[in-house]
Design a protein around this ligand. Structure first.
Ligand SMILES: Nc1ncnc2c1ncn2[C@@H]1O[C@H](COP(=O)(O)OP(=O)(O)OP(=O)(O)O)[C@@H](O)[C@H]1O
Ligand SMILES: O=P(O)(O)OC[C@H]1O[C@H](OP(=O)(O)OP(=O)(O)O)[C@H](O)[C@@H]1O
Ligand SMILES: O=C(O)c1cccnc1
Length: 483
């Protein structure tokens, strides 16, 4: 059987072999994972994917089949393949927990290990975190506009494959959804499974009324009737009212009941349907909607005064349609030469693309009184901030912009925490409910200005003075090679 050790780019393996024969494969090094731009032109990213990543790293090994395949490619020599047999992850990983809100340039994940292990892990780790963080962020945008409404993830049929569907559904929960129609995701991650009915159910009966009645008989406690198969206002809503009346008379009407709209003018139809329900004595009937929805459309429908309190969101969420990839990168930021740590930098003509060298962490500054986030400072590991002292913030991009936060008014949190140490998992994995609660709490630390869909406020993220000094020094040393 092939394993996920092959779920990588060929160049990682050819570089690993190259380093092996150069005697450099076991050199200890540090890689950072970060991204440069928020997706969806938004103000933040919700970190997700750590649980999946832990599972991947924990189990990484080459099977006999993997090695036989690698041999068959003609790229690899027996001595190297023999070495791969016992290769396991032996290093340290620090990460921001799932549900954390993060910002461009911040270290989301730090891997300290042998060079060949880091290369082996890069591609798949990036894939996992790029995908899951992207969908969690999209879901959070939807949650932001939906307020307390019910949010159902409906995307499986449009997902780009099984993994995207299943892990996307989990990410949607981290972003604040209430449940999913994806049964495997429900089983695998203990998420609520939710659902209504398709048009084919309605069409399987001699009339819509019969279809509703049969459904109500079998699922009296999951009563969201699809109302738009023939004519929403002339037939769907009146038929639903008939069923609700029958159930009320029989004493079987559940607490939560209603309809789903899946076409037409959702604002208009929902308002009219609500009026009809209210007149018939069912003012609290749920009106659910679906049909190519996303955060922008939901916001627009709300602006039009729609009466919808449950939303099914599929395609646009699961495919992150308007921003289909998160450009997270994995960069070498340091390595040990003869036992001495040497910080590394990736140069670029584009200043934004120059990496931050060294072993780093991120300190988050919260206002003590409001609990809201004020800034993030990327530091060299080991640096600390004395909360009793005034804190000077100075923008990296515009050094003339600065402000001082008085001592005693702020709280500092270290954002990267240990996940693996010397190859051992040291992190107590939270369950999904705990992750969701933490994700909600994280988002509440942001003022609404950072959450808005269009032109959000940019979070203050800066380097510490020591990190800036190190970066300047390494930049100077590296550029000296050119002159
Ligand atoms: N009041 C509204 N304002 C803005 N957009 C709306 C409104 N009502 C519906 N929409 C959106 O307009 C798009 C097209 O709706 P329409 O009913 O034409 O869907 P459709 O795809 O043609 O229907 P079907 O799914 O039956 O083929 C959908 O994305 C829908 O969510
Ligand atoms: O629109 P999405 O956000 O992807 O939500 C999922 C959609 O999947 C279902 O129908 P399907 O799209 O299969 O058929 P339809 O277009 O005819 O409604 C459902 O009725 C929703 O419309
Ligand atoms: O349960 C539903 O209503 C549903 C599930 C998947 C896709 N569309 C709708």
């Amino acid at each position: 059987m092939y394993t996920k050790a092959l779920l990588t780019d060929l160049y990682q393996l050819t570089m690993m072999q190259g380093l092996f024969f150069e005697g450099k494969h076991e050199q200890q090094c540090v890689f950072d994972r970060y991204y440069r731009t928020n997706p969806f032109q938004g103000g933040y990213t919700v970190v997700a994917g750590l649980e999946h990543l832990i599972d991947y790293v924990h189990n990484i090994h080459f099977s006999e089949d993997d090695l036989a395949y690698l041999k068959s490619t003609g790229f690899f020599q027996d001595e190297f393949l023999e070495y791969l047999k016992d290769l396991r992850f032996t290093g340290d990983i620090y990460a921001m927990p799932e549900g954390t809100v993060a910002f461009p340039q911040e270290v989301l994940l730090r891997v300290q290990t042998k060079k060949d292990e880091a290369l082996l892990l890069e591609t798949c780790m990036s894939m996992i975190m790029n995908h899951e963080s992207l969908i969690a962020t999209k879901a959070r945008r939807v949650r932001t506009v939906a307020g307390k409404d019910n949010l159902m993830e409906f995307g499986l049929r449009r997902a780009q494959g099984k993994s995207a569907g299943v892990y996307g559904a989990r990410s949607a929960m981290i972003g604040g959804f209430n449940g999913t129609s994806n049964v495997l995701a429900g089983a695998k991650f203990g998420m609520p499974v939710l659902g209504t009915m398709a048009h084919s159910w309605i069409m399987s009966f001699s009339s819509e009324l019969e279809a509703f009645r049969a459904y109500a008989r079998q699922y009296p406690n999951n009563l969201i009737l699809l109302a738009d198969t023939y004519n929403t206002l002339k037939q769907g809503v009146p038929d639903a009212i008939t069923i609700f009346k029958e159930m009320k008379a029989a004493g079987t009407l559940p607490k939560a009941y209603g309809i789903r709209l899946d076409s037409g003018d959702l604002a208009y139809l929902s308002k009219e349907a609500h009026k009809m329900f209210a007149e018939a004595g069912f003012p609290d009937a749920i009106i659910a909607a679906s049909n190519d929805l996303d955060e922008n459309l939901i916001s627009e429908l709300k602006a039009q005064g729609c009466v919808i309190n449950s939303w099914g969101v599929g395609t646009n969420l699961i495919t992150a349609k308007d921003s289909p990839s998160l450009g997270g990168v994995f960069k070498l930021v340091g390595q040990y030469d003869d036992g001495k740590f040497v910080p590394k930098i990736k140069m670029s003509d584009n200043v934004e693309k120059i990496s931050n060298p060294g072993l780093k962490n991120v300190l988050r500054i919260y206002d003590k009184e409001t609990g809201k986030m004020k800034a993030d400072i990327i530091i060299l590991e080991g640096e600390s901030i004395d909360e009793s002292k005034d804190l000077l913030l100075q923008s990296d991009k515009a050094p003339w912009r600065s402000r001082t936060i008085p001592g005693g008014t702020y709280r500092v949190q270290k954002m990267l925490i240990p996940i693996f140490q010397k190859g051992e998992l040291v992190y107590q994995k939270p369950d999904l409910k705990e992750i969701m609660a933490y994700a909600d709490q994280q988002i509440q630390t942001l003022w609404p200005e950072y959450l808005r869909l269009v032109n959000p406020e940019e979070m203050w993220v800066q380097r510490s003075t020591k990190l800036s000094a190190l970066r300047d020094k390494v930049l100077k040393e590296e550029s000296a090679h050119f002159f």
